[in-house]
Design a protein around this ligand. Structure first.
Ligand SMILES: NC(=O)c1ccc[n+]([C@@H]2O[C@H](COP(=O)([O-])OP(=O)(O)OC[C@H]3O[C@@H](n4cnc5c(N)ncnc54)[C@H](O)[C@@H]3O)[C@@H](O)[C@H]2O)c1
Ligand SMILES: O=P(O)(O)OC[C@H](O)CO
Length: 336
């Protein structure tokens, strides 16, 4: 919708021919966006070769764990100059690869041709054309700027960045934290608990980001804090909704059967934890989410264990001016 509203000719691939025909006949997507009229300029097709033919940009948005298999089919259809864009917010289980890494591996495209779009972008609000901002990250700033131009509308405001790692981690980890906040909500816990989880969840993202080379400003920006706030606060978030059901006492299988929706954090929580362990980074909230979601730990026990962890400083040592710390140097620039 955003691309079509921005004036692009959009070819939308779907795997179910009957839904594809219905989209073209009615300009609505009854299964995913009921009640929303799609703009002209979108043509759906069940043939990936038709969708890819002559495309300047290919935008990938399936669930993270199926991307590799999908790309294996799509890669031979993509042009050598096509810019490849990921909207996905997950980490691949087994390989701990970020989505742009999967795209690079399967397609063989260089990093300057692979971009990521992320931010507080709940689809249910975007399709109602409610104002939102996002980040377009690509190591090649001119490619990011070209994408910014082609997907800017009166309701969608993208900013550019070269920090692909920070954007992808922000999106993947916030889904895990949204599960945690959802669990707290389902347990009937209040706003102090949820704000604490969100803030310490952001600290986890920042620690992992630092280990992987992300810019801390990205984690504090739209693709980090912004998306965390949206996902953890919104009833539209599937991760939050999934967590809330667990917090009310349902099991993983019961929630899966009841929701049948993509909640990326469910599988990505394990992949994020594995990635953190590879880099020696401690992610206690993520670990707790994995223990509840996959280990069947009762949420109340999990909260108690999280609260009983050893006492810690809030900030890493270099930011913490305790008694006895040297005064700031006079020649050092002051805060801005
Ligand atoms: N929905 C949002 O608000 C939103 C916003 C920003 C980013 N994202 C991210 O976009 C990604 C996709 O999420 P979504 O909301 O579009 O999910 P979705 O469940 O609404 O849609 C996923 C699509 O992938 C298809 N699919 C599933 N398995 C497939 C397979 N094996 N082969 C081919 N197609 C398959 C499904 O049929 C469906 O059309 C996720 O990583 C999510 O985090 C979602
Ligand atoms: O519905 P969720 O939980 O996948 O969240 C959707 C988007 O990622 C919010 O930006």
């Amino acid at each position: 919708m955003v691309l079509a509203d921005a004036g692009c000719e959009v070819s939308l691939w779907g795997r179910r021919p009957e839904l594809v025909s219905a989209i073209n006949a009615t300009s609505t997507n009854r299964d995913y966006l009921p009640g929303v009229t799609l703009p002209s300029g979108i043509t759906a097709t069940a043939d990936a070769a038709t969708a890819a033919a002559g495309a300047d940009i290919a935008v990938f948005t399936v669930s993270s764990q199926v991307l590799r298999a999908c790309l294996a089919e799509w890669a031979p259809l993509l042009g050598r100059d096509t810019v490849l864009v990921s909207l996905m917010k997950g980490v691949e289980l087994g390989t701990t690869r970020r989505m742009s890494e999967v795209v690079a591996e399967v397609t063989g495209a260089g990093p300057d041709r692979i971009a990521v779009i992320s931010g507080p972008n709940l689809a249910g609000e975007i399709v109602r054309r409610q104002p939102a901002a996002a980040v377009i990250a690509c190591p090649d700033m001119s490619a990011a700027q070209r994408l910014q131009t082609v997907c800017r509308t009166r309701y969608f405001r993208p900013y550019t960045s070269t920090d692909v790692i920070g954007c992808e981690l922000g999106g993947a980890v916030k889904n895990v934290i949204a599960l945690a906040v959802g669990i707290a909500d389902g347990m009937g816990l209040g706003d102090n608990t949820k704000a604490s989880l969100m803030t310490r969840g952001l600290a986890e993202t920042a620690r992992l980001g630092q280990a992987l080379g992300a810019d801390p400003h990205t984690i504090a920006g739209l693709a980090g804090m912004g998306d965390l706030i949206a996902t953890c606060s919104s009833p539209l978030s599937r991760n939050h909704t999934f967590g809330a059901a667990l917090g009310r006492g349902l099991t993983l299988d019961e929630v899966r059967a009841a929701t049948r929706q993509t909640a990326e954090g469910v599988t990505s929580s394990e992949a994020v934890l594995a990635l953190a362990r590879c880099h020696g980074v401690d992610l206690p909230i993520t670990e707790t989410v994995v223990s509840v979601v996959h280990g069947g730990k009762p949420p109340r026990e999990a909260v108690e264990a999280l609260m009983a962890r050893s006492a810690k400083r809030e900030l890493p040592l270099k930011h913490d001016r305790g008694p006895g710390s040297p005064p700031p140097s006079r020649s050092a620039p002051g805060p801005r």
